[in-house]
Design a protein around this ligand. Structure first.
Ligand SMILES: NC(=O)c1ccc[n+]([C@@H]2O[C@H](COP(=O)([O-])OP(=O)(O)OC[C@H]3O[C@@H](n4cnc5c(N)ncnc54)[C@H](OP(=O)(O)O)[C@@H]3O)[C@@H](O)[C@H]2O)c1
Length: 254
């Protein structure tokens, strides 16, 4: 596929570029500074990219980039959610702009785009409850309004998925192609975290579910490279099972 990646200079973005190339995609990088991207990537990798400079809050420029390069898919890794509920973040503004650009480009092309967004573990449903994990552990809350926005879309306007990782650590700063990883492929689940460990502690009033969520949280730690590979592999098929879902991931080999 031809994939537009918004935020290619970030932790996730820098792993997505080589992962997408490794999986045979054509990559268009949408960044604020082409020079910065060029300095961060190995020269043979940078040479394989088309690069567009622009701001991720500019929905018209994102739409134009999609249409100019005839992109079939978009991955947004731009913007970061603030940790604390009172923290400030530009992520919601970026998210709205990318979504608007994607929707308008899809309308013009008369076919919805395939899009992966970055979310967080907190927007997944607490298994066995009707609430999100972030109802019990209220951090990285920007992702909540983002998933609500996606859920409010009319059907067949955007073929979205949101990957919902816990902490992702780097395996290396080697961004060459093909990618090398000694880590296992991730196991995924739609809506709730896969392989959740339940506990009777959840029945303790008020503190039970936060305790169980905290006990589980670091089981969902993955690497940036594993997540990038997961998205790049999924984009090999247009009929992904993850369309319309927040997606939990775990390294089941750990
Ligand atoms: N890292 C983790 O462990 C983790 C875990 C769970 C979820 N997430 C989520 O994953 C996403 C990516 O995280 P990350 O660690 O890769 O973040 P990051 O390293 O801080 O990268 C953020 C990217 O956003 C770009 N950006 C910010 N504002 C922009 C704007 N106005 N226009 C264009 N580009 C803009 C930055 O570009 P510049 O280089 O130009 O600044 C950079 O490429 C975030 O939504 C985060 O909340 C991350």
């Amino acid at each position: 596929m031809k994939v537009l990646i918004v935020g290619a200079t970030g932790n996730v973005g820098l792993r997505l570029v080589p992962a997408l190339l490794t999986h045979g995609h054509n990559v268009v990088a949408y960044v604020r500074s082409a020079k910065k991207l060029e300095l961060l990537l190995p020269e043979p990798v940078y040479r394989q990219l088309s690069v567009v400079e622009g701001d991720a809050t500019d929905s018209a420029a994102i739409k134009r980039a999609i249409l100019d390069f005839q992109c079939e898919a978009v991955v947004n890794s731009a913007g970061v959610a603030a940790v604390a509920p009172w923290g400030k973040s530009t992520l919601p503004e970026i998210f709205r702009a990318v979504l608007e650009g994607v929707q308008e480009a899809g309308a013009e092309q008369k076919s919805p785009l395939r899009v992966w967004f970055l979310g967080g573990l907190g927007v997944l449903q607490f298994p066995g409850a009707m609430s999100m994990i972030s109802d019990y552990v209220p951090i990285f809350l920007a992702h909540r309004q983002n998933i609500q926005l996606l859920r409010s879309l009319s059907p067949n306007t955007v073929d979205w998925s949101m990957i919902c990782p816990s902490t992702m650590t780097p395996e290396s700063s080697d961004f060459s192609v093909p990618t090398k990883s000694s880590h296992a492929r991730l196991t995924a689940g739609a809506g709730t975290p896969p392989l959740w460990q339940d506990s009777w502690l959840k029945h303790i009033p008020l503190v039970g579910k936060p305790i169980v969520a905290a006990m589980n949280a670091n089981r969902y730690d993955t690497t940036l490279e594993q997540c990038a590979d997961f998205i790049a592999a999924d984009l090999e098929t247009r009929d992904s099972q993850w369309i319309g879902a927040p997606v939990g991931i775990i390294d089941a080999s750990k």
